[in-house]
Ligand binder design. Structure first.
Ligand code: ASP
Length: 344
């Protein structure tokens, strides 16, 4: 059967071309993607396009876009073998994380990609990224897709979306996944790391999306000299339900009484606190040092080796679905979509 891929365009640098008259960069006519990148015809696939109604620089991203993306994917799920999402790089790791938590029983590839240079520029990385993303979205063995999960293709690597972080504003290798191996390496051939890829869902039920995210969350990055007033201001944000605490190293924070008192006050008020390390790689291990034992005692939940991008999206999803504090803690502790390593 002929392969069919849906490319969903949200905006970002990848979609920019030079206006021939003014020389200024402007969004390209997405319907003409095959004339911008004629190589994709050589696949012999059916490649359709869907542009979201509002094309954005991804810094203007809001969860509304995630809901729109889920809807487009589910509405077209039966008709396509895989989905490629063209997205700005700035917040791609957030969107890929969010979709991984929102989409349930996903059994087909959803590959995010973008570029550092616009597709209309002579040295663009956009064409290669797009071509590789299409190839991966269409990669099947019989009826089984090789990468049935939400991923990010950038440069010569395919990463799990919720393990990925943007690390460079200029390099063509803009993304890294410090705590999880690449799902594929792209060279002359695409080498799939099959052991690292999530299996297709075992449930016979159709895929669905959970869209009721709770955005009453915040991120507090601690720094030497941070006064308790900073914590106080944060925890008194009206309606706040969840806070990512970005800690040092393996989950360490000051042991000062005024700081810990504020953390306890937040927990007593029912705010869930998720401990995520400021380090790019490695894991939170609460209790390893004196400086994290108090957080553990107070009831802070360990984010283990989760990225901040994945943590905030996971929290929105978990808080959107649950009210019971014990269940919220259970879900945050659990590995829902391959976003944390439980053996660390
Ligand atoms: N500001 C752009 C965006 O994220 C950057 C890019 O696409 O690389 O939409």
């Amino acid at each position: 059967m002929e392969k069919s891929i849906l490319i969903i365009y949200t905006g970002g640098t990848i979609g920019m071309v030079n206006d021939p008259e003014t020389g200024v960069l402007c969004p390209f006519n997405f319907n003409q993607i095959a004339s911008e990148v004629p190589e994709i015809r050589e696949f012999g696939f059916t490649i359709d396009n869907h542009a979201l109604p509002e094309i954005i620089d991804s810094s203007d991203l809001s969860p509304r876009l995630w809901v729109d993306l889920c809807r487009v994917i589910l509405d077209n799920y039966a008709r396509y073998h895989g989905f490629v999402i063209l997205h700005g790089t700035d917040t791609m790791a957030y969107s890929a994380s969010a979709l991984s938590f929102m989409l349930e029983r996903l059994g087909k590839p959803v590959v995010f990609t973008g570029s550092q240079l616009p597709i209309g520029k002579i040295r663009t990385d956009g064409k290669e990224n797009l071509i590789a993303a299409i190839e991966i979205a269409a990669a099947y063995e019989g009826d089984v897709p090789l990468v049935p999960e939400v991923s990010i293709l950038f440069g010569d690597r395919l990463f799990r979306g919720n393990r990925t972080t943007k690390v460079n504003a200029e390099s063509f290798g803009a993304f890294r996944s410090f705590n999880y191996p690449p799902l594929a390496e792209i060279g002359i051939h695409v080498h799939y790391n099959r052991e690292a890829i999530l299996p297709p869902p075992s449930s016979p039920l159709s895929p669905a999306a959970f869209c009721d995210l709770d955005t009453r969350v915040a991120i507090l990055k601690i720094f030497p000299g941070m006064s308790a007033d900073v914590v106080d201001a944060m925890i008194h944000i009206p309606g706040l339900r969840g806070m990512i605490l970005e800690t040092y190293g393996s989950g360490n924070a000051p042991t000062r009484a005024d700081f810990l008192d504020k953390i306890r006050e937040a927990l007593d008020a029912g705010i869930v606190i998720y401990n995520v390390t400021q380090c790019a790689g490695g894991s939170v291990e609460m209790g390893k040092y004196e400086t994290s034992r108090e957080l553990l005692r107070a009831g802070v939940v360990s984010g283990r080796d989760i990225t901040t991008e994945a943590a905030i999206c996971k929290m929105m999803r978990v808080l959107g679905e649950h009210d019971d504090p014990a269940e919220i803690r259970r879900q945050l502790n659990a590995n829902l979509r391959g976003e944390i390593s439980l053996n660390k």
